[in-house]
Design a binder for this molecule. Structure first.
Ligand code: CA
Length: 223
């Protein structure tokens, strides 16, 4: 039975979430503060964490950093309605998903289920959609066919393939791929994603594995 760590200081929200997740067969540990959560997590055994961004002590983002430093936990953030900056920051910290308040507990339960499935499937990155990544040779094959990529297209695809299913923000992609060319403009990532998509389409027209997360960034499908 998967164990979920829920950190939420509003009792009414916490109660409905705990109820919905238990109804889905999850074991839920609930904490109202980040301090309690760190003590609870120290015992280990959690499969996923749901963190409210607004907590009374150190806050959800700082808590995420602390948790990630010690445990390999997938994280879903609960953010205030419409707080786009929170979502971007959350993804930069390595959040796997977010749910904006107010949300339906059933929707959250569905996100939990999807994320647990994604984590379970993510294991061999090279296997995603038939990609084979030769990191030393800086070459990527798709279904056996060598992709003719520019240096930056290669960098983008390699960064996405390193974490299938995870959203990488534009800032993260800029950092990883254009780290040595800091003057590149805002649209650079989008432009190169576009040409990369066209090359993937030419090699395998039945798949479109790169997903756009509007206002945030990109991910590559795990399957
Ligand atoms: Ca709160």
């Amino acid at each position: 039975m998967p164990r979920i760590l829920l950190v939420e200081d509003e009792t009414a929200i916490a109660d409905t979430v705990v109820y919905a997740l238990r109804a889905e067969g999850y074991d839920v540990g609930h904490c109202g503060t980040a301090g309690d959560a760190l003590r609870e997590a120290a015992g280990g055994g959690f499969d996923l964490a749901i963190l409210d961004v607004g907590l009374p002590d150190i806050g959800g983002f700082a808590l995420c950093r602390e948790l990630r430093a010690r445990h390999d936990l997938p994280v879903i953030f609960l953010t205030a309605h419409g707080a786009e900056a929170d979502r971007v920051l959350g993804f930069e910290l390595g959040a796997d998903d977010y749910v904006a308040k107010p949300f339906s507990p059933r929707e959250l339960a569905a996100r939990v289920r999807a994320l647990l499935r994604r984590v379970a499937q993510a294991a061999p990155a090279q296997a995603a959609h038939g990609f084979e990544h030769d990191a030393e040779g800086r070459r990527i094959r798709l279904r056996g066919q060598l992709l003719d990529l520019t240096r930056y297209e290669y960098g983008l695809l390699a960064a996405l393939l390193a974490r299938p299913g995870a959203v990488l923000t534009r800032a993260q992609l800029m950092d990883r791929v254009w780290g040595d060319a800091p003057d590149t403009g805002d649209r650079t990532v989008d432009t190169h994603i576009k040409t990369l998509r066209a090359k993937l389409h030419a090699a395998a027209s039945d798949i479109d594995p790169i997903r756009t997360h509007r206002g945030i960034g990109y991910s590559i499908d795990a399957g």
